[in-house]
Design a protein around this ligand. Structure first.
Ligand code: GLU
Length: 317
C-alpha cells in the first residue's frame, strides 16, 4: 500500500505559519515515499470554522504550492472531506460503542470539571474523575430531564505506548493520565478524538504528521483504533513554532498569518524560511515545495520547540 498522508486543519481564521509548516511536512513526508496527500477540513465547530475560512485555506494552500491529491475540489472515495458533513458516520460508530457498553452520559458542568481539586494534565486539560460513570439508570433518567448529557468513553487502567516516527517512545496510562474522554459534547458536537480516528481510518490514512501539542492525544486515539479493530497509521509529531521570546503563536501574532506574510514574501521565501526552521535548509534559501524533496529528512528536524528568530518572519515578537 502506498503512503497516504493528510493535512487536517481546523480553519478558524487565515492560515498561519504553524499550519503552513504542518502542511509542508505532511506533503514532503508523503511525497518522499511516492505517496499521496489528503486534505480534510476539521470544521466540527461550525461557528468557529465557517466555510469561507475553509475556502480561503484551500486558496492559500494552492498559492503556496502545497497541493493535495484527495479532498475538497479534487474528490476521492468519500462523500465529503468536511467533518461538518460527516456526522452520520460518527453517529454510527458512537452507536456501535454504546451497544458494547463502552459509553456513558456525563452531566458534569464546566465548573464541576474544572474544580480546584480536579487533577490536571501537563497540557492543561482536566483528567476526568469518572463522576458520572456509576450513575444508576434512574439517576440518568432524572438528570436527562434537566440537561442534555455529554457522552464519554470508558477507558481501562492500561498504559498505551507507541513509537513516534520523530519523537520516539511516548506512553500514557489511559485511566490515570487521560480519564474517560469525550466522544460527544452536551451540545451535540462530536469530539475531535472520535472524528479524527473515524476519518483517518475510513480514508485509509497511513501517516499522520502534526504538531507536538497533539502527542498526548495519540494514546487515546490508539485505544479507539483498537476498539474499532482498525490498524493505526504511523504518527510523526513535530515541534511547535514559538515567538522569539518563547510564546506559542496565536491569533495575536497577526504577522504570522498569511494576510501579512503574502504581502511581503513569495511562497518560495515562506517555504524556504520554514524549511530553515525545520532543519533541512541551512541558508533559508527560497525554493518551491518540490525542490525540498531531496533535502527533507525527519532526522534533521529538531525535537524541541522552535523559536522563530526576530525579523525572520515576524516584525515584532
Ligand atoms: N484539526 C486539528 C488542528 O487543526 C488537527 C488534527 C490532527 O492533525 O490530528 O489542530
Amino acid at each position: 500500500m502506498s503512503a497516504l498522508g493528510r493535512f487536517a486543519p481546523s480553519p478558524s481564521g487565515r492560515i498561519h505559519l504553524g499550519n503552513i509548516l504542518c502542511a509542508l511536512l505532511v506533503w514532503l513526508s508523503a511525497k518522499q515515499k511516492d505517496g499521496e496527500v489528503l486534505l480534510r477540513i476539521e470544521d466540527l465547530d461550525t461557528a468557529r470554522c465557517p466555510k469561507k475560512y475553509a475556502d480561503q485555506m484551500c486558496a492559500d494552500l494552492h498559492w503556496l504550492g502545497l497541493d493535495w491529491d484527495i479532498g475538497p475540489g479534487v474528490g476521492g472515495s468519500e462523500r465529503s472531506y468536511y467533518q461538518s458533513e460527516r456526522s452520520a458516520i460518527y453517529q454510527a460508530v458512537l452507536e456501535e460503542l454504546k451497544r458494547r457498553d463502552l459509553v456513558y452520559p456525563c452531566f458534569c458542568t464546566r465548573a464541576e470539571l474544572h474544580a480546584a481539586s480536579a487533577p490536571h494534565r501537563e497540557d492543561g486539560q482536566v483528567v476526568y474523575a469518572g463522576t458520572c460513570r456509576t450513575l444508576s439508570t434512574s439517576e440518568v433518567q432524572e438528570r436527562t430531564k434537566l440537561r442534555t448529557p455529554a457522552l464519554r468513553l470508558k477507558v481501562p487502567e492500561e498504559t498505551w505506548a507507541f513509537t513516534d516516527g520523530h519523537m520516539g517512545t511516548y506512553e500514557e496510562n489511559l485511566a490515570k493520565d487521560c480519564g474517560d474522554f469525550l466522544l460527544r459534547r452536551s451540545d451535540g458536537m462530536f469530539a475531535y478524538q472520535l472524528a479524527v480516528v473515524v476519518d483517518d481510518a475510513a480514508m485509509g490514512v497511513t501517516e499522520v504528521v502534526r504538531g507536538a501539542d497533539l502527542l498526548p492525544s495519540t494514546p487515546r486515539q490508539l485505544y479507539l483504533y483498537h476498539l474499532l479493530g482498525r490498524t493505526p497509521p504511523k504518527f510523526y509529531h513535530f515541534p511547535l513554532l514559538l515567538t522569539s521570546d518563547g510564546r506559542r503563536l496565536s491569533k495575536r501574532n497577526a504577522d504570522a498569518g498569511l494576510d501579512l506574510l503574502a504581502e511581503r514574501m513569495t511562497p518560495e521565501e515562506i517555504l524556504g524560511k520554514l524549511a530553515y526552521l525545520a532543519g533541512f535548509n541551512p541558508s533559508a534559501e527560497p525554493k518551491g515545495v518540490r525542490e525540498w524533496l531531496a533535502d527533507f529528512d525527519w532526522a534533521k528536524v529538531p525535537m524541541q520547540d522552535i523559536c522563530i528568530p526576530a525579523g525572520l518572519f515576524l516584525k515584532r515578537n
